[in-house]
Design a protein around this ligand. Sequence first.
Ligand SMILES: Nc1ncnc2c1ncn2[C@@H]1O[C@H](COP(=O)(O)OP(=O)(O)OP(=O)(O)O)[C@@H](O)[C@H]1O
Length: 258
Amino acid sequence: MVTLQLHDLGASYGRRQVLSGVSTPPLSGGQLVALLGPNAAGKSTLFRRIFGLLSGSGKVCVDGADAPRPIAYMPQDNGARPVLSVYESILLARMQGRHLRVSAEDHVEVDRMLELLDIAHLRGRNVGDLSGGQRQMIGAAQALVQQPRILLMDEPTSALDLSRQIDLLTLLQRLAKEQGLLIIVAMHDIGHALRFADAAMVIDRGHMIACGPTEEIVTPELLRQVFEVEARIEPCSKGRPQLIVEGRATGSPAPEGR
Ligand SMILES: Nc1ncnc2c1ncn2[C@@H]1O[C@H](COP(=O)(O)OP(=O)(O)OP(=O)(O)O)[C@@H](O)[C@H]1O
């Protein structure tokens, strides 16, 4: 089973230090982890640092990953070329870091991904002509088709309607369990984190505040301190934890720089 552990990670843009001292316990495959934090906390920067797009201090340790590209990254903005068809853009993502010739298996995998994400009807469309939500689904397909052991997804549901948000997070939860993947999803919807994520990592102003089982980490105190809201967590009629937000915490003006 794959494991990922972060040791004292730092990252800067020019002279501006954005992440520092970010460490985690070993995070093993088979789970969906929510990466939580307010705007500008450093979530995207942490993904770029783990994926190797940014250098910096500290170490990213990956064990037991036997895939051609062990880590895949779905950025917030899908960089797919607008002139390519959906099929071509997913195939191109599949070929990154692999052999040069497209095999029958590569085509089978692209078709499988189109079915899995329920986007087969878009296969011939130009990426540039798609809606924001449709493009987001293509981004998810581009990441999954690489068959990584670790998947970093930056707000993959932000443009999706509610039923598609649930469908995608349910699918990711299932893939993590069935295939032993470690899937880390940056998200702003703490209710979704409570419902779908086995564990949560919370960062604020570039520092790791907490990392562990979601229900232990996401508490009213943390929501007040980090997210500046008064909220309760109660079981819904099906027994699942549910977030009830009362309002903004009083006496806690947003810190500068956010
Ligand atoms: N390319 C860049 N150059 C300079 N500063 C950057 C760059 N990208 C991000 N930053 C800064 O780094 C800090 C962290 O940004 P980052 O995008 O990692 O936050 P985030 O937690 O993903 O935010 P959000 O939830 O708003 O997407 C912010 O202050 C941001 O302005």
